[in-house]
Write a protein that binds this ligand. Structure first.
Ligand SMILES: [Zn+2]
Length: 302
């Protein structure tokens, strides 16, 4: 078991705050200024042109585990949690470079910056877009229920994994909406394409998509998951206390597509419990759980 020690760690950055894209980019700049033991790249741009960033840390070339968050706008809590843990990981790997000898982490903390900014009441400048957004939101200015990207497509319904079947699910929408609309065709949205291409161009051994809420996680898709998925699910259930659920009626999700095309373990983790966006009062609880999961990812399981 690898260590993770935050004793004496002076917290310079506040993560317990409304986690807008501006906040995210400024934290990234600060971490990069303080510590260059990671690499970063822009994997694509949101509809409004905001960069979607990937961070990499670790020393393995053949065991790359991918973790992403902030796909759904009102689940921005996970972007903050993942960045906080990335910060802790930087500090811990600076003190002990061996903790990441057997793994490299690929981390994309904020896939949907436009949607997240909207939920946090930062309207885009463009008048046409504003009108359209308000119309999609049924003329309400309360965006707390918004999950989609800025033009009303649910990014986690965009992947080519039985995508046509999404419309057979009752609550899914057939037009642009604040949630649950899978788009006009698979991979129509730049945020989904960015994640898709990143995955195509890398040989990820496992993927974890962080969502909220429910304190459970999904580890199967159409019986296509490999046997080790069950083994890992069992361990993750014990470590996090979250309930392992093999499948729910779901298609077109990122982890669905990953399992289908790669036959490797993919997980959707539903962090926390309550109504999204989860309150900041949950931060420590959910941080502790997610820390255990990331520790599990970087631990040699053989
Ligand atoms: Zn979600």
């Amino acid at each position: 078991m690898v260590g993770w020690n935050n004793d004496g760690y002076l917290e310079l950055i506040n993560y317990r705050t409304n986690f807008t894209s501006e906040r995210f980019y400024s934290i990234f700049n600060e971490l990069w200024r303080l510590n260059k033991c990671f690499s970063w790249s822009v994997i694509g741009f949101s509809l409004l042109g905001k960069p979607i960033l990937e961070f990499r840390i670790g020393n393995s070339k053949d065991n790359i585990i991918h973790i992403n968050a902030g796909m759904h706008a009102n689940e921005w809590n996970n972007s903050a949690l993942l960045m906080k843990l990335f910060d802790e990981l930087l500090l811990n790997s600076a003190n002990n470079s061996k903790i990441l000898d057997n793994v490299t982490l690929s981390i994309v903390p904020m896939i949907n910056p436009d949607g997240i900014d909207l939920v946090l009441n930062n309207f885009p400048n463009n008048d046409f877009l504003r009108e359209n957004i308000i119309k999609i939101n049924k003329f309400s200015l309360d965006f707390s229920g918004w999950k989609a990207n800025i033009r009303g497509v649910d990014i986690n319904n965009q992947f080519p994994a039985c995508w046509e079947l999404i419309k057979t699910i009752d609550f899914k929408k057939s037009e642009y909406s604040s949630r649950d609309f899978p788009g006009p065709y698979p991979l129509s949205e730049p945020e989904a394409i960015a994640l898709y291409n990143l995955t195509l161009n890398n040989n990820f051994s496992e993927v974890y998509a962080l969502h909220s809420q429910g304190e459970e996680f999904y580890w199967g898709f159409n019986n296509q998951e490999p046997p080790e998925s069950e083994f890992l699910a069992d361990k993750i259930e014990k470590i996090t206390g979250y309930k392992a659920v093999r499948t729910i009626k779901s298609y077109g999700g990122y982890k669905d597509w990953f399992i289908q095309d790669y036959k490797k373990p993919g997980f959707t983790i539903e962090i926390g419990k309550g109504i999204n966006p989860l309150p900041l009062s949950r931060f420590e609880t959910d941080l502790n759980t997610l820390r255990k999961l990331i520790l599990f990812c970087i631990t040699d399981r053989k």
